[in-house]
Design a binder for this molecule. Structure first.
Ligand code: TXA
Ligand code: MG
Length: 319
């Protein structure tokens, strides 16, 4: 049992302590604009193994290497012209680019889980970027939750899953985007959407001037991303596209919906998908603590609705 401290992400003391834990091969929960990540030195297999162990994560699922700029990204992966264009448009921000790993890239095999590609993201997070710069190394960071459970968008959510397991959580309040990064795989002229997320398909397609190709889901090779069909799951059972809940069901709603007698969490009374994404995991956790079954209103499929519906489908999948 480790005692877990929570410190403000801006405090010099918190950052110093995070730096020394990371240098020693440990892991620290660090806020990002999407969700909180469980960061470790991506060049150290010992450190990455610590993260897998803390999360109880199946070892075939590779991690994202976080960087603090284009130069570090270029030292790790081959950026095609289209990948460069996407990076220049959306970094720092909620876009992860999977691309061929460079031969001399300094990154542990445990980060790629043995693949010849690597997922890289430059997050819009002062704490994460400061730590990467101070270590002068990429930080690998999956979401800071037990594998398969709901991603954390607040320090308290990290504590719920990982208190007593990790030494330090840096706290920067609620993650503004609230769903994980969009993951695209680029190779030559091809750009494949592997996971919808914080940057919408529409924005990416506008930059490409083309439609994104769909990621092929191969069940025998779940190393393509977030593709385990049951994921992000609360303990409660979810029922999707419900306009009025049954007795005893909690209600996760969107827009101007009718009242319910049971616990109710509205993702956005104004029907704003950006607000809804930022509150999605928080709402799922809040209802999960209050009911065994959760009904979910229909949510539009466009814009950030694609990522929201993706997370809801996975949360509702049989476990
Ligand atoms: O917003 C985010 O992306 C957050 C924050 C902390 O950056 N991170 C995150 O990491 O969501 P994680 O580990 O929960 O999800 C990363 C996904 C996994 O589903 C993994 O399978 C996929 O990325 N992935 C990583 N490397 C890959 C690769 N080389 N090829 C295909 N998929 C990959
Ligand atoms: Mg995750």
């Amino acid at each position: 049992m480790t005692s877990t401290l929570t410190k403000p992400a801006r405090s010099p003391d918190g950052l110093r302590q995070a730096e020394s834990i990371l240098r020693a091969g440990g892991c620290v929960a660090v806020p990002t604009e999407t969700v909180y990540g469980l960061a470790c030195d991506a060049t150290s297999s010992k450190a990455v193994a610590n993260v897998y162990a803390a999360k109880g994560r199946p070892s075939f699922n590779p991690l994202i290497a976080h960087v603090d700029g284009f130069e570090r990204a270029r030292s790790l992966i081959e950026l095609s012209p289209l990948a460069k264009k996407l990076a220049q448009t959306f970094w720092p921000g909620p876009l992860t680019i999977v691309a061929p790993l460079k031969e001399n890239a300094e990154v542990s095999d445990l980060v790629t889980a043995g693949l010849t590609t690597l997922a890289v993201r430059w997050p819009n997070s002062d704490a994460m970027c400061t730590l990467i710069s101070r270590l002068d190394r990429p930080l690998a960071a999956p979401s800071a939750n037990k594998s398969g459970s709901t991603s954390p968008t607040r320090a308290a959510h990290v504590e719920d899953g990982l208190a007593g397991i990790i030494p330090l959580i840096l706290d920067a309040g609620a993650s503004p985007v609230g769903v994980e990064s969009t993951i695209v795989q680029t190779q030559g002229e091809s750009v494949v959407l592997l996971r919808p997320g914080g940057i919408t398909r529409e924005r990416i397609e506008t930059v490409l001037g083309n439609s994104l190709e769909e990621g092929k889901f191969d069940r025998s090779q779940p190393n393509a991303p977030g593709q385990l069909s049951s994921h992000y799951a609360p303990s409660a059972k979810l029922r999707l596209n419900v306009s009025s809940p049954n007795d005893g069901e909690g209600f996760l709603t969107f827009g101007d919906t009718s009242k319910s007698d049971g616990p109710m969490f509205n993702l956005s009374t104004d029907g704003d998908l950006i607000e809804a994404a930022s509150l999605l995991f928080e709402g799922m956790r809040w209802l999960d603590q209050r009911c065994e079954r959760i009904a979910v209103s229909p949510i539009p499929a466009s814009g950030l609705g694609e990522a929201i519906n993706d997370r809801l489908r996975r949360a509702a999948a049989p476990q």
